[in-house]
Design a binder for this molecule. Sequence first.
Ligand SMILES: [Zn+2]
Length: 408
Amino acid sequence: MDSVKDLITPAPILLQPPQAKIAACLRQHGPLSRTDIADITGYSRSTITTVVNELTDAGILEEIGDGESSGGRRPRVVSFRPDFGYIIAVDMGATGLDLAIADFNAAMLERVSLPIDVRDGAAPILGLIHRLAIDLLEHNGIPPEKIYAFGIGVPGPVDFAAGILNSPPIMPGWDAYPIRAFFRTAFPNAVVIVDNDVNMMALGELAAGSGRRHENFIFVKVGTGIGCGIVARGEIYRGSTGSAGDIGHICADKNGPMCHCGNIGCLEAIAAGPAIAHRAAEAALAGRSQILKKYYEQCGGQLTAVEVGRAAAEGDKVANEIVRDSGYIIGEVLAGLVNFFNPSLILIGGGVSHIGLLFLSSIRSGILTRSLPLSTRHLRIDTSVLAQDAGLIGATALALTNVFSEER
Ligand SMILES: [Zn+2]
């Protein structure tokens, strides 16, 4: 077997089959003893010793601490070296951006958040991400050549294989923009992975959140829009053209308002953040709620779902009704997904998910009222515990699984 001395080649880094298999095994299971690696991969002890030595010599792996012992001496465990390379993770929403640097063990070193308007277009926003990333790298003393993977979640349908957005409704100027090429220029050794933002969040929950113990679950993001990431048999399900999970445009009311997609009564036109804010502003202006009127004036007429949640928590009747209606109608649409897909977990995330417990309990009641009893017998419905980090953790996890590829 050849050594792996030429590892620092353009991404992804090529490994021979046993090296790639052992790296993938450690990526999936975390630090393992050589005995565990043998049990999982089926390789002989001598192959494992050879391969682990090669990967250690290349600076990819290291032996650390003590593993679990089943009696007798505790075995040493093999792990990725955190400083072998670094990852940039980006979670881009319609109105905000999170960016983080993580080490090779997926530990987040530093993160930043800032508001954006995705309608400003691809070149300005990607330029901004590039500058932020360079600042963070300088701050952490990491050269751009040490970035081996770049994972970015974007708020629109993605052609995953090509790494491009596919006619995104809320992102004018982004259609087919070469995001991958843009970042490959800036980070020459990085493999660039583009996926839908909600898929990244679902992957984050699968890697490090409540999704770890679930093979089949749905992550629902409620923010400016509504979308979901589908995990089936432990993997993201993207569908035939990458638009699986785009539930925001399911018709929830044939007599509802016009959606930006051109159809009538889409779920997100009725129940997403802007719809909640719009209903609250109407109530404030019509004098139907003094509390909403107070918030409306405080924020200069720019109410968001956050203020509506606050007013609901203060006991405002109208705000409570708006939050309850929105949650319930989301729950009714999710009930259709539950009947169809039979998940064991539904996680609610995104900015609107934090506006109060009433929102979650209304979603629950919408789901439970409209689902078949058998499909909800073991169903858990909860808010995302990773909250604003879900997308970054998922982007890091997905990027890291793509750093190595197997030599044929
Ligand atoms: Zn629509």
